[in-house]
Write a protein that binds this ligand. Structure first.
Ligand code: FAD
Length: 514
């Protein structure tokens, strides 16, 4: 794997990025900040890696800012250098080096200390949260101390507020509230011009919408105002199984389009086999439940589909009332009888459900191994063909991890943000969350990457309307194609808020200029 990393690095040391001036330890000593600067191999090594585990790009130094003013000082310093670049690093959970900066400065947003605090305003139902705060900490503070919670989440919460807002932030609540970018009303941003600015829908709105889904290209989010709502006490978490893709999508779309629905709607594809990771055993929610394949119809194909829903309720609700609501909602659906699994758990444990997966994966070593993940949004128009060609064919043996797919609604996203989506009201998230062995061979990772590329190629060849989510491209030509008619707006925003292109070079979007 070492060779793999070396080669990936070599491939990605794009010649278009000019070599920064050669500097030694302490070279930034005229950078006057309240926080600290770390040149040590431990810090720079860590900041040169990410969850994807396929890229290693060493920065010059890691900055631990004391707050937003330090972030502004760093940016102004970088602006004065002819070649330096700077990237905010949230929790480094990108896949393809998006938070890295070759010989540049990495601002470790999690280290903003007291500036990552979570201030809740109960009357106005919002929380002011530091850009480097983890969503898991936002959850704990809001629920435990105030009985309130943000509306829209990601599945996994050890991600920073600034990191997910720079992409979108989606999970099973997004069909109702939109992505996380639709649930913030104000941001404090340090732009690529070195200016600390508060922006919102009505104040500096161009900056506000640029930064949301802006891939870190326009500024560094140092604070976000996140809308809250009363948190439920409990959640009933349910999984139901389908053998037919059109029935699965019909039901999923019915739920996301209805006024009366569950509070959370997701879904995933799994393999019609006894494989413990990819197959039937991946469906039950509790160790005392088991998947009985004799309930499957003879017509079932190589893959099956699971609709995953959740209903919030309060400790005061009578069990019979909760059951009535659940049965009424499930009554509209056509899943396979007897392939239904459910558990009740408290709200925090539901939202922290992937943390438990992480703990198990850490114990076996697969959490720290490479993750060649692929995320995309595919138009509803093309999902039936996508199912036939990709799910039932290319992915018929699974990806050694979850294959998520669930519908989202275009109208819940703000077109003024920097995110680009497929056409039409309904589109699907498709997430291939691949895991490997603790010590995968180089060719195994290469095969996974190649399969991702094959899927993208297949979508292009078939003229599917899709966009990569958490996109990764190596050239401006590819980015231009990604943004299509929004490219002009994106470039204009760049020239306004980061004209020297110093920010987030790991996205390979723009080249640092003087
Ligand atoms: P980083 O990887 O550190 O940074 C991402 C990009 O944002 C970089 O370009 C960086 O420079 C920039 N950036 C970071 N902080 C800031 C800031 N404060 N201001 C401006 N730019 C900044 N996504 C979903 O939508 N839904 C999910 O359910 C979901 N689940 C995930 C589960 C796991 C286990 C993992 C690894 C990822 C998941 N993601 C999910 C993807 C995740 O949202 C993105 O990878 C996100 O960027 C990670 O946040 P981070 O804080 O680690 O950001």
């Amino acid at each position: 794997l070492a060779c793999l990393v070396e080669r990936f690095v070599a491939e990605n040391d794009t010649d278009s990025i000019p070599e920064p001036e050669k500097t030694n330890d302490g070279a930034l000593k005229d950078l006057d900040i309240e926080g600290s600067i770390d040149y040590g191999p431990a810090a720079t090594g860590l900041a040169g890696k990410d969850f994807g585990g396929m890229y290693a790009v060493k920065p010059l130094a890691v900055i631990r800012p004391a707050g937003a003013d330090d972030v502004a000082r760093v940016i102004r310093y970088v602006l004065q250098s002819p070649t330096l670049t700077v990237a905010a690093r949230g929790n480094g959970h990108s896949i393809n080096g998006q938070a890295m900066a070759h010989n540049g400065l990495i601002i470790d947003m999690k280290s903003m200390g007291d500036n990552n605090r979570i201030d809740v305003n109960v009357t106005s139902m919002y929380a002011d949260v530091g850009g480097g705060a983890l969503w898991a900490d936002v959850l704990k503070r809001c629920v435990s101390d105030y009985g309130l919670a943000p509306k829209s989440w990601t599945d996994y919460l050890d991600l920073t507020v600034g990191g997910t807002l720079s992409n979108a932030g989606v999970s099973g609540q997004a069909f109702r509230y939109g992505p996380q970018t639709s649930t913030v009303t104000e941001l404090e941003v340090v732009t690529g011009n070195g200016e600390k600015t508060v922006c919102s829908n009505s104040q500096n709105s161009e900056l506000f919408f640029s930064v949301l889904g802006g891939l870190g290209q326009f500024g560094i989010i140092t604070r976000a105002r996140v809308l809250l709502q009363p948190a439920p006490d409990m959640v009933r978490w349910i999984r139901v199984v389908y053998s037919e893709f059109d029935e699965f999508t019909r039901d999923a779309e019915l739920l996301v389009m209805s006024q009366e629905s569950f509070n959370y709607v997701e879904g995933f594809v799994f393999v019609n086999s006894s494989n413990p990771v990819n197959g039937w055993p991946s469906v039950p929610l509790d160790s005392n439940q088991s998947f009985d394949p004799t309930h499957l119809p003879k017509s079932a194909g190589p893959v099956l589909y699971c609709l995953e829903v959740a209903l919030h309720y309060s400790n005061h609700d009578k069990p019979s009332t909760v059951n009535t609501v659940v049965e009424k909602l499930l009554g509209k659906l056509k899943f396979i009888e007897n392939l239904r699994f459910e558990i009740d758990l408290n709200y925090m444990n539901f939202l922290l459900r992937v943390k438990h997966v992480e703990q198990a994966a850490r114990a076996t070593g697969i959490w720290d191994a490479p993750h060649p993940w692929l995320n995309m949004f595919v138009s509803k128009r093309d999902m039936s063909a996508f199912n036939r060609i990709v799910f039932q064919n290319i992915l018929k043996d699974g990806v050694n991890g979850p294959i998520l797919t669930y519908p989202l609604l275009h109208s819940k996203w703000d077109n003024r943000s920097s995110v680009v989506l497929p056409q039409g009201e309904i589109f699907y998230l498709v997430a291939l969350l691949r895991f490997s062995h603790p010590h995968p061979k180089e060719f195994e990772i290469k095969q996974m990457v190649a399969q991702n590329q094959k899927i993208i190629q297949t979508c292009n060849d078939n003229g599917f309307d899709f966009k990569l989510y958490l996109p990764h491209y190596k050239s401006t030509v590819e980015w231009k194609k990604h943004f299509e008619d929004q490219w002009g707006r994106f470039v204009e925003r760049k020239s306004k808020f980061d004209p020297k292109a110093i920010l987030a070079p790991g996205q390979n979007l723009f080249t640092r200029n003087h």
